[in-house]
Design a protein around this ligand. Sequence first.
Ligand SMILES: Cc1cc2nc3c(=O)[nH]c(=O)nc-3n(C[C@H](O)[C@H](O)[C@H](O)COP(=O)(O)OP(=O)(O)OC[C@H]3O[C@@H](n4cnc5c(N)ncnc54)[C@H](O)[C@@H]3O)c2cc1C
Length: 315
Amino acid sequence: MKDERLRRIFSFQALYAGVSPQKALAAYGVISYMDTVAGVYFPKGGMRAVGTAMASAACDAGASIRYGTSVERLERRGNEVRAVHTDQGERLPCNHVVLTNDLPEAYRLLGRSPRRPARRGFSPSAVVLHLGTDRTWEQLSHHTILFGREWEQTFTDIIERGRTMNDPSLLVTQPTVSDPSLAPDGRHLLYVLAPAPNLRAGRIDWADEGQRYRDKLVATLEKRGLTGLDASVCSERLITPQDWQRQGLAHGTPFSLSHTFMQTGPFRPRNTVRGISNAVLAGCGTTPGVGLPTVLVSGKLAARKVMQRAAQGAR
Ligand SMILES: Cc1cc2nc3c(=O)[nH]c(=O)nc-3n(C[C@H](O)[C@H](O)[C@H](O)COP(=O)(O)OP(=O)(O)OC[C@H]3O[C@@H](n4cnc5c(N)ncnc54)[C@H](O)[C@@H]3O)c2cc1C
């Protein structure tokens, strides 16, 4: 593609894989293909509906779920995890354990280090601004991408220099375009995603910088056509890399290990854990990788592994 604008439209998706378009494997062109040719789906009721549906399928199959409960410790005997201890003081005995929290935290709970101790590369992070507004803008679709003029420098800023984007490129999502029932009558939901440095690359104190950056994002959106945005805000919530870190996500990024060649496919951390016979990993840090479809595949792989081990144990 010769046209710079087309190049951007068909390559920015590399950032989903945690790498800049200039450095991404060509294979990640598949994401652009999925977005533009195959098409994407939005669940009625919002993304939350996917989790709710999965939870009710699990409960129908006999699972019980504890919400608002953290696993504090795993009880081990030899090479086996025997029980899970929660912050509610419960001890849950187990035959198998599947850990889906962020990889470094999972290794910490297991008291193990990864097979390959080399320093791993983490994806850039994101600032997310959730807004409830009392108006909408006709130019907004469900997903709208607002590109800044700067391009290569944007990735250098967030990945190498650890700075926020000087001339931001932003994803604006308005789910109420597809499902108005997500907001009260006459109200709309906006979610603004601004790629940002993770806390290893950048030394930004978000407690101090957060509100200023929020104002900068809103001012940028107003300049790019969402006039009157600030005045239309009825409710809002800002999520910064420090908030992701507080949720237990290493280096304050929700996108885990970046999908560089050496952290992809067979080179991504495996879902089995050296020296522990009944633990399996799932989620975005292990194979196949980041994103909802991939994470669901990792769940299937973990289930298969547990079934195989259970069958071996029964023999
Ligand atoms: C802003 C944003 C936009 C995204 N957009 C897309 C997109 O458009 N398409 C796409 O495919 N992917 C997208 N993703 C990526 C996708 O959401 C993630 O890759 C995926 O959700 C990761 O799933 P996971 O199960 O590994 O981790 P999570 O979804 O983070 O689940 C891990 C769970 O473990 C819980 N947990 C952690 N520690 C403990 C503990 N000690 N005890 C008990 N529970 C614990 C956490 O609370 C959390 O609920 C996006 C992510 C973000 C943040």
